[in-house]
Design a protein around this ligand. Structure first.
Ligand code: DQA
Length: 145
């Protein structure tokens, strides 16, 4: 059975109450439940991790190697700053789909830069919580399972 890791970064634990006009009212728990049940319906195992700490996210990417077939990564603000996350993705050579709830390209210019995009299979942004389902579908298509 294929296995996908859903990895969420800083401040995403506050989804539901954090700037709902930007990120929606769906909580992270709701999103994780939706990802797991979407995975079950497709016969794929889905695991979820969230951390506010850059190093913990690096550790989770390292640990994913050999455990998961791909990673859906919403790195939050680290998207725009973290060479460490970019290097971690390159180091494990696992397919990563970059995910954002909001359309980062329609927001402040500092959000237009992504250190994840050059090492990602692709990017999904602007579709809110639905994006996670789209990312699971895209990952399964990418890994051919
Ligand atoms: C985000 C977009 C980032 O710019 C922001 O820092 C986040 C959330 C999104 O899901 O839209 O924390 O990744």
């Amino acid at each position: 059975m294929s296995s996908i890791l859903i990895l969420n970064g800083p401040n995403l634990n506050l989804l539901g109450t954090r700037q709902p006009e930007v990120y929606g009212k769906t909580t992270l728990q709701d999103i994780e439940n939706m990802c797991v049940s979407h995975g079950e319906s497709l016969g794929v195992s889905v695991s979820c991790i969230q951390s506010n700490h850059e190093g913990a996210l690096v550790d989770a990417i390292h640990a994913a190697k050999g455990q998961h077939d791909g990673i859906v990564l919403n790195a939050g603000a680290y998207t725009h700053t973290s060479i460490a996350l970019m290097d971690a993705i390159s180091s494990v050579a696992l397919p990563v789909i970059e995910l954002h709830l909001s359309n980062i390209h329609a927001r402040e210019s500092f959000r237009h830069k992504s250190f994840i995009a050059p090492v990602a299979v692709g990017q999904i942004c602007g579709f809110g919580a639905l994006g996670y389902r789209l990312a699971i579908d895209a990952m399964l298509n990418h890994i051919g399972k």
